[in-house]
Design a protein around this ligand. Structure first.
Ligand code: GLP
Length: 265
């Protein structure tokens, strides 16, 4: 670990290397648990960055007999309000990009209910926390990072003690999502997200970022001071987090030019 980096960071040459490394780690955990007759609990993320990981997990299922029969999943977040069948929902994203292609039991899939009514939503959030606890906690949590430094939808101001709850989305986040929704005015103003405390309870965390548009926020998260203005900085306090970035997303890190880095993977 480099002295100025406060989160263990792995820089890879190719976007696909992140998918291989993270999916490989997930597969090892699933197999280890299955051999002991236990379930593996995964925390999953949406966005464009994790797609490669899901594609690789599907390949491992099809070609290398990786079974998800003993896997339980909890997704980080969902827009609110959101119909699960909408093309914009994270429900639909997860089924299309992963669950429809593997042997997971639908009863083991958990995604915050963006369709809950306003008077149910707090209950829905509390029950989500209890369900994670009942499952034994999350073994590996995958995270992307938004331009505001959010993890899940923990926007600037989210505290280290925050739990699963309804939040307002930051204008920067809504602007980033505008293309997906055919215009910023169509992007929901709120979302349900696991809290920072929920995320920090995962036993292991893999946070991933690719592309030059993430370089500044990656540096802020990895090298900057812990501050609730950038939720990802709280990961500096987590004992088993690895930040996987490609060269473009790692470009602003102080030691990007060092060639021996890949040996550390
Ligand atoms: C959304 C999601 C986050 C995700 C972020 C980055 O805001 N709620 O969980 O990390 O987008 O997405 P992308 O991977 O597409 O850059």
């Amino acid at each position: 670990m480099y002295s100025h980096e406060r989160i263990r960071t792995v820089i890879v040459d190719e976007h696909d290397d992140i998918a291989r490394l993270v999916a490989g780690r997930i597969a090892a955990l699933i197999r280890e648990r299955a051999a002991a007759g236990q379930r593996a609990v995964l925390g999953l993320a949406t966005g464009s960055t994790p797609i490669g990981i899901y594609r690789e997990l599907i390949r491992l299922h099809r070609e290398e007999k990786l079974s998800f029969a003993n896997v339980v999943t909890f997704n980080l977040d969902e827009y609110y309000p959101m119909d699960p069948d909408s093309i914009h929902s994270y429900h639909r994203y997860m089924w299309e990009n992963l669950f429809d292609h593997i042997d997971i039991d639908p009863a083991n899939v958990h995604i915050p209910a963006g369709s809950a009514s306003r008077d149910q939503v707090n209950d829905v959030c509390d029950r989500y926390e209890s369900a994670i606890r009942r499952a034994g906690g999350i073994d590996i949590q995958i995270l992307g990072i938004g331009k505001t430094g959010h993890i899940g939808f923990n926007e600037p101001g989210s505290g280290v003690d925050s739990r699963t709850r309804l939040v307002m989305l930051d204008p920067v986040t809504r602007k980033d999502a505008a293309a997906d929704f055919y215009g910023e005015e169509n992007v929901p103003r709120e979302a349900i997200t696991m809290g920072v405390a929920t995320i920090l309870e995962a036993r292991e965390i893999a946070i991933i970022a690719t592309g030059e548009h993430k370089a500044v926020i990656v540096r802020r998260a990895v090298e900057g001071d812990v501050n609730h203005e950038v939720a990802a900085t709280f990961l500096q306090r987590h004992p088993a987090t690895t930040f996987y970035v490609d060269r473009a997303a790692g470009a602003a890190l102080t030691r990007i030019a060092t060639p021996w880095l890949l040996d550390e993977v």
